[in-house]
Design a binder for this molecule. Structure first.
Ligand SMILES: C[S@@+](CC[C@H](N)C(=O)[O-])C[C@H]1O[C@@H](n2cnc3c(N)ncnc32)[C@H](O)[C@@H]1O
Length: 412
């Protein structure tokens, strides 16, 4: 395989890389992933192949992540993130010329883009917990002539890098289950913190800004998958097998009786329809997931393999709830609207006798439709550690270590 890490890279290959990059950037612009000229310009002058030197040229410019490290069981530990996600994170972050930026999780490519965006007057610090990753990132930055432009450090990014604080922008590029107090402490008063946050098992990108009183608010909510944080702030989702072909994903310990829940899901299901109709292109699924993650006390994501199970869960996972003794379970589903193409109605499937469980879900679907549909979604409130809970917004408190978090759904 001829890769661009070879020293005998020809002019022809460099020209080819330029063309591939242009094609990638134009596609990202057309898809609305890149929306500002600054981010487009940074991409145009940053040759991605230099940051994934072990793959063929065409592969380097594909809109996909490139794995760089896996654990003994093949689980991904590190990657150079997919261009569409890198672009969206920069659009959320909005770095300005002269800004001081901290990147948590290194790869080289994103740090190079950050350098282009903040310019010589700005500064970029990147920290990764894995020495092999930082060594690799340094090598790639050197190949791009940026070894003096980005400071790459090895350490646990959960603590930030206090020596260089405050930062105008902090970009976390690894999935976090909590907002670390260190990130809040190291953020400048008019700063922006971008984090791929795990909210009750759902991966969502959020941008947070401070209001100057130890209270930070944010939103965005782009669905995104990331490798989970390692080190002191490590935590992961749990996936439990239930009936054949069905699993449930929850954050933390299983808050249900697996045997009883399996028995419930093995019993016949009955459908309840909500009358809430949506267009397929409206993209309501991610927001519905977030809605139920907020309103339900017992919440998990039901994952079903349609080859092995007749449960009518939605592809990619569907909100699931259950009653106190796990003898009944209800999950969100959809059916096509008769006589219409690309229109669907939300509904609920109940297994077990607890009809109130399904009725509450249907009422909740109608509430979302009436009060929140077409709006930007929830607001994430983050408070400095030690804030009096009475002073926090009334909403769904996310039980985590680190800074307290509350989700609210404004009506208008
Ligand atoms: C998706 S990769 C980063 C991608 C990178 N920013 C890029 O340019 O494409 C996530 C990285 O986070 C790192 N990581 C995991 N836990 C960490 C922690 N506690 N502190 C710093 N880095 C961490 C992993 O080693 C991995 O390299």
């Amino acid at each position: 395989m001829n890769t661009l890490s070879d020293s005998n890279v020809t002019e022809e290959q460099t020209a080819q890389a330029g063309e591939l990059n242009e094609r990638l950037v134009s596609a990202l612009e057309r898809a609305g992933r890149i929306t500002t000229p600054e981010v487009a310009a940074a991409f145009r002058v940053t040759p991605r192949h230099l940051f994934v030197p072990d793959v063929a040229l065409a592969e380097a410019y594909k809109d996909d992540y490139q794995p760089t490290d896996r654990d003994g069981e093949g689980r991904l530990l590190s990657s150079v993130s997919a261009p569409w996600l890198v672009a969206q994170m920069l659009e959320y972050l909005r770095p300005r010329p002269g800004d001081s930026v901290l990147e948590v999780g290194s790869g080289g490519f994103n740090a190079a883009l950050l350098h282009r965006l903040v310019g010589e007057a700005g500064s970029v610090t990147s920290i990764d917990i894995d020495p092999a990753v930082t060594e690799r990132a340094r090598r790639c930055l050197q190949a791009a002539g940026l070894e003096d432009s980005v400071r790459v450090l090895t350490g646990d990014g959960a603590h930030g890098v206090p020596e260089r604080a405050p930062y105008d922008r902090i970009e976390v590029t690894v999935q976090a289950a909590a907002i670390e107090q260190a990130w809040l402490d190291q953020l400048a008063p008019d700063g922006v913190l971008v984090v791929p946050l795990r909210v009750r098992g759902l991966g969502r990108l959020v941008a947070l800004v401070p209001d100057g009183t130890g209270h930070y608010t944010g939103g965005g909510w782009l669905p995104c998958g990331f490798v989970a944080m390692r080190g002191e702030a490590a935590s992961s989702t749990q996936v439990h097998a239930l009936t054949p072909g069905a699993r449930v994903r929850v954050d933390g310990a299983p808050p249900f009786d697996p045997e009883a829940l399996t028995k419930a899901l093995d019993s016949a299901g009955s459908a309840y329809w909500s009358g809430v109709e949506v267009g397929a292109s409206e993209g309501t699924r991610p927001v519905i997931d977030l809605w139920f993650a907020t309103v339900l006390d017992t919440y998990g994501t039901l994952l079903v393999d349609p080859q092995k199970s007749a449960l009518r869960a939605l592809p990619g996972g569907t909100p699931l709830t259950w009653n106190t003794d796990s003898s009944s379970a209800a999950y969100v589903t959809m059916r096509p609207v008769e006589g219409q193409t690309s229109r669907y109605e939300y509904g609920v499937v109940l297994h077990g006798e607890d009809h109130a469980l399904a009725e509450a879900l249907v009422a909740s679907l109608r509430e979302w439709n009436r009060d929140h549909r077409g709006r930007p979604g929830p607001v994430l409130h983050v408070y400095s550690e030690g804030t009096d809970p009475a002073a926090m917004a009334p909403g769904r408190a996310l039980e985590r270590p680190g800074a307290p978090m509350v989700l609210t759904w404004p009506k208008g």
